[in-house]
Design a binder for this molecule. Structure first.
Ligand code: HEC
Length: 154
């Protein structure tokens, strides 16, 4: 057999073997959904769902390529890390903690850190317009203040 054929065959075997080690694609039960808890305007709920929920909730849409290693590991680690930092399906019930989370959302949107570019490159519907970004930011500021003055939700 020619050398390149052997290399190709070896790569194929390694790729196939990797598929045995795909991470779990979980969607645990929703505990306290941010939208249910804070009742934002419909336009904001839609933006959050389109731009954030895949990584920051228990309602992740796992695409077909999330089943294929090694891409599956990258996606699963983003989702796990995203949920760990901020979980819209496990929204804090304590007003002071919720206020801090609102501040953080405001901050990452201000610095355009979220949604990550690597994500919006593939997910056009997750790209926020300036108006959508501003709308969420203004809302987080109002809600954070409400939480701090002791009148949670709307
Ligand atoms: C592709 C997955 C992905 C998407 C989509 C995404 N995030 Fe994130 N986000 C992460 C990951 C991973 C982290 C933790 C590591 C980091 O800070 O980069 C994070 C961190 C954060 C943090 C910091 C939390 C803290 O206090 O430490 C906030 C706030 C945040 N994201 C908000 C958002 C918002 C709001 C959206 C939607 C507009 C969004 N993210 C979309 C993956 C994502």
């Amino acid at each position: 057999m020619k050398k390149w054929k052997l290399i190709f065959l070896a790569a194929l075997i390694i790729f196939a073997a990797l598929q045995l080690f795909n991470p779990a694609r979980t969607n645990p039960p929703v505990k306290n959904d941010i939208i249910t808890a804070t009742k934002p305007p419909k336009s904001i709920s839609a933006s959050l769902r389109a731009a954030c929920y895949d990584c920051h909730s228990h309602e992740t849409f796992w695409p077909f390529y999330a089943r294929i290693a090694p891409v599956s590991w990258l996606i699963a680690s983003d989702v796990n890390e995203g949920r760990e930092h901020l979980n819209f399906s496990d929204w804090p019930t304590e007003a002071d903690r919720a206020a801090i989370k609102m501040d953080r959302i405001n901050e990452v949107l201000d610095y355009r850190e979220m949604p990550p570019i690597k994500y919006t490159l593939i997910h056009a519907d997750a790209r926020l317009t300036e108006a959508q970004r501003k709308e969420i930011m203004d809302w987080t500021a109002v809600i954070a203040q409400k939480f701090r003055s002791g009148t949670p939700s709307q």
